[in-house]
Design a protein around this ligand. Structure first.
Ligand code: HMG
Length: 389
C-alpha cells in the first residue's frame, strides 16, 4: 500500500522585512545576507498570529468535509507551543471542526517535530488504512535583534494530510536516523529567544546529514544515481547548499546537475520567508513541487530533516503528482506577494511586542491582520482565537 502526503498547505505572516534594508540598518554588506546566507526576505510574526492561527490558516482551505470526518489523528510538531500543558492540536481540532473521534497531541524535538509527525502518521495509516492524519508543523524562529542569528529568523506553518494512495508524495518505508545529546541550539523554558552556537550547529547539521545518508546507502543499496532531487531542512537557504556540497565532495552520480538545479527550486520560498523550524523541510518540498521544471511522476527524491539538540533523519519518497504543481504555486505566491513590507523600526517594534512578558488579560490589535484565523488576545489566561471571514 502506498502511504504519504496527499495534500499540503502553507501559511505565513502577512508581514515581512526586507533583508537588504535590515543589512543596511545593521551596518552589514547586504550581499552577506543575500548571498552569504542566501535569504532575501523574512516573515515577521505579529502578536495576532501564533502557531495555532498559522497552522489553522495553512490547513483550512486544504481540508474537505470528508477529510475532517476521516481524520482520527492530529499531530502538531512545534517548538513554539502556546501552553505548557494543552496541545496546539486540540485548538486546531475545534477551530477547523475536525471530528472529536480523534487523538490530538503535540510533539517536540526542535525542527525535527514535523518529520516525527509524518513518520508516526505513516505508521498509523499502515494499521488504519481508511483513516487520515493531519500533521501540522509551525513555529516562530527568534534569536534576538542585532544578533548573528537575526538574519535566520522567520516563521510560518505547514499542514499535511497523510493517507493511503497519496496524490503528492508516496513515502518509502526505508529511512535512517541518528540522534545525540548536543548543545548546538536550545531554548530554556523561561526564554522566547533561542540560544545558539551558530557555526557549531552548521557543522553538526552536515555531519548528521552525511551520517544518515551513508547509512541509508549501506542499508538500502542506493546511491546518488537513484535520486533526481535531495531537499533539506533550511534554517537559511545556504545551509542546504553547504550540505549538498559536502555530499558532492564525496561522491557523484548521473543526475548531479539535476539535483543541483532542483535544490535551487526547493529553496525559493525559504529565501522569502526564513526559518519555520519544524515546517522548513516541508516548505522546501512545496517550493520544489511548485517550481521544478524536470521532475516527473514516479521520480525518487531524498529528504533530510534536522532538529538541533540533535536529531537527523534521511528518508525518501516518490513524486505522485505532475510537476510543476501550478495550483500550489499560485496559492503560495499569491500569499507571499500580498504581504506588507515593514520598515526596520516597525519590524523591531513587532519583535519586541512578541517577546514582552505576557499578561493574563490583553487585547491585540487585529485591524491590520486580515488572516482568516487570528489571536485576538487573552482573557483570564485563556487564548482567544477568532475566525474573521
Ligand atoms: P555569521 O557568523 O554572522 O556569518 O553567522 P558568517 O560570518 O559565517 O558569514 C556567513 C556567510 O556569509 C559566509 O559564507 C561568509 O563567507 C559569507 P560561508 O563560509 O558560510 O559559505 N559572507 C559574504 N558573502 C557575500 N558577500 C559578503 C559576505 N560577507 C560574508 N559581503 C550563522 C551565520 C548561520 C552562524 C548565524 O546566522 C546563526 O547562528 N544562525 C542560527 C543558527 C542556524 O541557523 N544554524 C543552522 C544549523 S542548525 C539547524 O538547522 C537547526 C535550527 O533550525 C533549529 C532547530 O532545530 O530548531 C536552527
Amino acid at each position: 500500500m502506498n502511504i504519504g502526503i496527499d495534500k499540503i498547505g502553507f501559511y505565513t505572516s502577512p508581514f515581512f522585512v526586507d533583508l537588504s534594508e535590515l543589512a543596511n540598518a545593521r551596518g552589514v554588506d547586504p550581499n552577506k545576507y543575500l548571498i552569504g546566507i542566501g535569504q532575501k526576505k523574512q516573515a515577521v510574526i505579529p502578536p495576532s498570529q501564533d502557531v495555532v492561527t498559522m497552522a489553522a490558516n495553512a490547513a483550512d482551505s486544504m481540508l474537505s468535509k470528508e477529510d475532517k470526518k476521516k481524520i482520527d489523528l492530529i499531530i502538531f510538531g512545534t517548538e513554539t507551543g502556546v501552553d505548557n500543558s494543552k496541545s496546539a492540536a486540540i485548538y486546531i481540532q475545534s477551530l477547523l471542526g475536525i471530528s472529536n473521534n480523534a487523538r490530538a497531541f503535540e510533539i517536540k524535538q526542535a525542527c525535527y517535530g514535523g518529520t516525527a509527525g509524518v513518520q508516526m502518521a505513516i505508521d498509523h495509516i499502515r494499521s488504519h488504512p481508511d483513516s487520515k492524519v493531519l500533521v501540522l508543523a509551525a513555529d516562530i524562529a527568534r534569536y534576538g535583534l542585532k544578533t548573528p542569528g537575526e538574519v535566520t529568523q522567520g516563521g510560518g506553518a505547514i499542514s499535511m494530510l497523510i493517507s493511503k494512495d497519496p496524490r503528492i508524495l508516496a513515502i518509502n518505508t526505508s529511512s535512517t536516523f541518528f540522534s545525540k545529546n548536543i548543545m548546538d541550539f536550545w531554548r530554556p523554558i523561561q526564554k522566547k529567544e533561542a540560544i545558539v552556537d551558530g557555526h557549531y550547529s552548521t557543522d553538526i547539521y552536515i555531519d548528521f546529514f552525511l551520517k544518515t545518508w551513508s547509512r541509508y546507502q549501506k542499508l538500502y543499496g542506493q546511491n546518488l544515481n537513484n535520486f533526481k532531487a535531495i531537499i533539506f531542512h533550511l534554517p537559511f537557504s545556504k545551509m542546504g547548499k553547504k550540505a549538498l556540497n559536502a555530499l558532492f565532495a564525496k561522491e557523484s552520480g548521473q543526475y548531479d546537475l539535476e539535483i543541483k538545479r532542483n535544490f535551487d527550486f526547493s529553496k525559493i520560498y525559504s529565501s522569502l520567508v526564513g526559518n519555520l523550524y519544524t515546517g522548513s523541510l516541508y516548505l522546501s518540498l512545496v517550493s520544489l513541487l511548485a517550481n521544478s521544471n524536470s521532475l516527473k511522476k514516479g521520480d525518487q527524491i531524498g529528504l533530510f530533516s534536522y532538529g538541533s539538540g540533535a536529531q537527523g533523519e534521511f528518508y525518501t519518497g516518490k513524486i505522485q503528482s505532475s510537476v510543476p504543481n501550478l495550483q500550489l504555486k499560485n496559492n503560495v505566491e499569491s500569499l507571499l506577494n500580498s504581504r506588507t513590507k515593514l520598515s526596520v523600526p516597525n519590524y523591531e517594534k513587532i519583535y519586541r511586542d512578541g517577546i514582552r512578558a505576557d499578561s493574563e488579560n490583553i487585547d491585540y490589535d487585529i485591524s491590520s491582520d486580515h488572516s482568516k484565523y487570528v489571536l485576538s488576545g487573552r482573557k483570564q489566561n485563556q487564548l482567544k482565537y477568532l475566525k474573521q471571514k
